[in-house]
Design a protein around this ligand. Sequence first.
Ligand SMILES: Cc1cc2nc3c(=O)[nH]c(=O)nc-3n(C[C@H](O)[C@H](O)[C@H](O)COP(=O)(O)OP(=O)(O)OC[C@H]3O[C@@H](n4cnc5c(N)ncnc54)[C@H](O)[C@@H]3O)c2cc1C
Length: 377
Amino acid sequence: MAVNRKHAEADFVVIGGGLMGSCLAWGLARQGLRVCVLDEGDIALRASRANFALVWVQGKGLGFPAYTAWTKAAAAAWPRLAAELNADTGIDVYLDQPGGFTLCLSDRELQANVDALKRLHDQPGAVAHPYEVLDHAQTKARLPAIGPEVTGSIYCPLDGHVNSLRLFRALHAAFTARGIDYRADHAVETIEPHGGAFLLKGSWGEVRAPKVVLAAGLGNARLAPMVGLDAPMKSSRGQIIVTEKAAPFLRYPVVTVRQTDEGGVMIGDSEEANGANLVTDHGISSVMADRAVRMFPQLAELNVVRTWAAFRVMTLDGAPVYEQSPAYPGAFMAMAHSGVTLAPQHAYDLAEAMSAGALPGELAVFSTRRFHVSAGA
Ligand SMILES: Cc1cc2nc3c(=O)[nH]c(=O)nc-3n(C[C@H](O)[C@H](O)[C@H](O)COP(=O)(O)OP(=O)(O)OC[C@H]3O[C@@H](n4cnc5c(N)ncnc54)[C@H](O)[C@@H]3O)c2cc1C
């Protein structure tokens, strides 16, 4: 039955119930605010149900040192988020932060990765993150299952992973615990700023709220201009392969291969700039599978049980975008590719800044103004 509520009893309406919207909604509600989440239906495109689940610091922030700092802070805050979600819901999200590896299959590949990390650490204003460059023998000492073709690796002790589907479930279960008004099948079609508030409309009716957060992932591109913002994004498709469950053999996550808490091995993720649809490309899957088997030969014995493709919420430079509309204060926008990694930053720092009504300096650097400057240069 269509719901038609003219007046929201919410301080904030969050558009989008993916990881971004869910973290923000939970973060706003834990400050005592009344929050309503308007989300599309279950079959809508969602990166939040399709990701690789890494909590990853290694290599983040080339060209954008503030992003390295933000990501490091997220990794450090993850145990708090996991504990607080567990306290709210009883759900364990299986956070594991033993450090993570980038495995290389040639000396050239290893050198390219080392060079990229050196550039990251040499850039003006660089924020360092710890890492070690390991040869084959040193890598094998920590990852005994690697094959002979692995020439070396980079290890960063800050990296880790979670069970991302459990994270998503925990956030939605926490909606109930925190009294968040979650409405599925409530796609927002229009946002009309009116006298310091916002009227949100869809085929289900309309809702008015003094503050609105655009956390609709790729949907932000259409919604942003309605509140005087823009949400520039580029197309980025990723594919993932999942195997049947296996006995634990992989103590650490690798940037393209990880064993989940349930035993399945995830292989991914590809980066395709021009993916037109979500049909998996077997050519790409075979390259991913071939590389994974060269890294861990025992994977050749496992059956693949699932593959999928998904679009990332990819900004022009890969770093997150957080912004309050200068034209319509009270309208915020948030989008990020690394929504798993950055979940604590969204639930705590960003939600607190939004409730305070202003994004402070360390968040203001993530506004879309950075794209306007480079476009004008
Ligand atoms: C293949 C792949 C691998 C990834 N791996 C990692 C990783 O290892 N680590 C990591 O940190 N991140 C990873 N990510 C990124 C991470 O998944 C995303 O950053 C995160 O899911 C983005 O969440 P979101 O809520 O912004 O977007 P989404 O999940 O897309 O959610 C947006 C929500 O808004 C809703 N919506 C859209 N339009 C409207 C509207 N008009 N009205 C109401 N609702 C609307 C949608 O239905 C959806 O529910 C990966 C992503 C992909 C695709």
